[in-house]
Write a protein that binds this ligand. Structure first.
Ligand code: BYC
Ligand code: FE
Ligand code: FE
Length: 477
């Protein structure tokens, strides 16, 4: 894609923000675009930039036909800018400004907070693409390879969605932030991504599936919270991002589910049930990956007791998930309420911490997320039940392996029982994958590049993409 002053902007950047009439925004995009493309080539999916990939591209916000499917080379993907249709009355529906008009531009007093929220959200999107940069080389099928690239181009579009807000509403500061987003990078020593989890390596496909299951799901909940915002362009941008997000979660949940099913099948084929003799991934090792990615994803909610969260809620910048549902959340102000958090005291005993509701908004959002994760885990366990295997997957306690928040000060096992530092160091590989186990997982991840064939450690999906058969050539190598 080429963006210069002669192009018809609406042709190269699908949008519903009147880009072709907005000279100022065109200028900002023209500046930023070559840097974005350089970033995409340097840090985007490696090894397959010249392949034709059967990709979905967002072209409108019409719910009956918002995307098209076609073979596209990734660098030619049309990254667009979309605001979802106005969903509710343009009045603020929670916090201290209840009933006032929502904002079409950024109020001065909230400029810093909004900028920080948008930059933090934006930073995760390219971060995830960088983390997944080399996975194409070991993909278990063309179907999975295509899904990886689909997620990657859409995360890059989410970056565009946030950069649009920065460039359109935050003037020069916003344009500078947009550039910084392409300078920081995942795992960098001097300019890392802002949030912890986006600096963790994703080295194999089980990492990727767990990340899409648990970390993209944090995305779903954070975007849902921002979709409640009084800053209307942020609300409508994040609402549209959620339509794409559903597929990312599908990739994660079904990816882990297909791995679990394959292991269950292999367990019945090998007399010892030791699937490592046939290059499968043992269920208890899958559980360790789940423990790891779930716990690092919980860290993305910030502290359970947070003055930032209280002020984001009070100022109506960020709501709860489904804030507009007053059956679920009858109290739109949350000034008087309290939230109880089960924690450990300094002696390692269970205790309850009561936090003023507004300060507990990160925990409230996180608890909605945990319920959602549990629903998905129940679907995995249905797979095990179907296959007649007695093992059951489960989520560890929210105290397990935490680096952020009230549980970060001590160690706990997956049941939430207190451990001394020494006990944790001695026993942690009972619960999270060791280097040796990770090396084993990488060793079974041999690339499969023949349409319709799948690596031995995973089952084929139930169906293909967009009505195509499973043996469709999803990527033309
Ligand atoms: N890592 O009051 P606290 C996605 C910082 S995922 C590093 O506890 P607060 C995606 C915090 O920033 C969704 N730093 O937290 C998924 C603060 O710093 P300052 C991403 C952390 O502010 C997959 C300090 O600690 N979107 O889209 O209430 C693929 C004290 O903070 C972390 C968002 O996160 C951490 N884990 O909440 C692709 C939404 N946690 O102010 C994409 C926007 C906390 O002292 N972000 N800190 O410098 C937010 O809403 C908030 O910034 C957070 C933190 C919820 C992240
Ligand atoms: Fe995203
Ligand atoms: Fe995502």
């Amino acid at each position: 894609m080429n963006v210069d002053s002669n192009v018809n902007y609406d042709d190269v950047i699908p949008n519903n923000v009147n880009l072709s009439d907005n000279r100022k925004l065109q200028r900002a995009i023209r500046e930023w675009h070559p840097k974005f493309m350089k970033w995409w080539w340097d840090r985007g999916p490696e090894g397959f930039q010249n392949s034709d990939v059967f990709l979905r591209t967002a072209i409108s916000v019409d719910s009956s036909g918002w995307a098209t499917y076609a073979y596209v080379r990734m660098p030619e993907y049309k990254w667009g800018i979309f605001l979802a249709p106005q969903r509710r009355e343009p009045t603020i529906h929670f916090g201290d400004k209840l009933g006032e008009d929502t904002w079409e531009s950024v109020p001065g007093e909230h400029r810093n907070d909004l900028r920080r929220l948008i930059v933090t959200q934006a930073d995760t999107e390219p971060g995830s693409v960088e983390q997944q940069q080399k996975l194409g080389y070991s993909s278990p099928s063309l179907y999975d390879m295509r899904n990886l690239f689909q997620v990657n181009v859409e995360e890059a579009r989410h970056l565009w969605a946030m950069v649009y807000l920065l460039q359109q509403f935050f003037g020069r500061d916003g344009r500078e932030e947009a550039e910084e987003l392409l300078v920081r990078h995942s795992g960098s020593a001097d300019a890392p991504r802002i949030l912890t989890t986006f600096n963790e390596p994703i080295l194999d496909w089980l990492d990727f599936f767990c990340f899409a299951m648990f970390t993209d799901r944090d995305g779903k909940y954070q975007l849902g919270a921002l979709a409640e915002s009084a800053f209307n362009p942020l609300s409508r941008t994040t609402q549209f991002m959620l339509t794409e997000e559903a597929f990312h979660l599908f990739v994660g949940e079904t990816g882990v589910g297909r791995t679990i099913r394959r292991t269950a099948q292999l367990m019945k084929e090998v007399p010892s049930e030791d699937v490592t003799t046939v290059e499968g991934i043992p269920l208890n090792l899958i559980q360790k990956y789940v423990n790891y990615w779930y716990s690092v994803s919980l860290d993305l909610f910030g502290s359970e007791d947070s003055s930032n969260a209280a002020s984001f809620f009070a100022s109506s910048l960020k709501g709860r998930f489904g804030e507009g549902n007053r059956k679920k959340y009858p109290d739109a102000s949350c000034k008087e309420a309290w939230y109880m958090i089960k924690a450990l005291d300094e002696n390692g005993n269970d205790c309850n911490i009561e936090v003023p509701m507004r300060r507990a908004m990160n925990a409230v959002l996180r608890d909605s997320y945990i319920d959602d994760c549990n629903r998905a885990v129940r679907r995995w366990n249905k797979v095990l039940e179907d296959e007649d295997i007695s093992f059951r997957m489960q989520l560890p306690s929210d105290r397990f392996n935490r680096k952020i928040g009230i549980h970060a000060t001590h160690h706990a096992d997956p049941d939430g029982s207190y451990l001394t530092k020494e006990e944790w160091e001695r026993r942690k590989y009972e619960w999270v994958p060791s280097e040796k186990e990770k090396a084993y997982v990488r060793s079974v991840m041999v690339p499969v590049k023949e349409a319709g064939r799948f690596a031995n450690w995973i089952t084929p999906p139930n169906r293909g993409i967009s009505g195509k058969p499973i043996d469709f050539e999803y990527v033309r190598l």
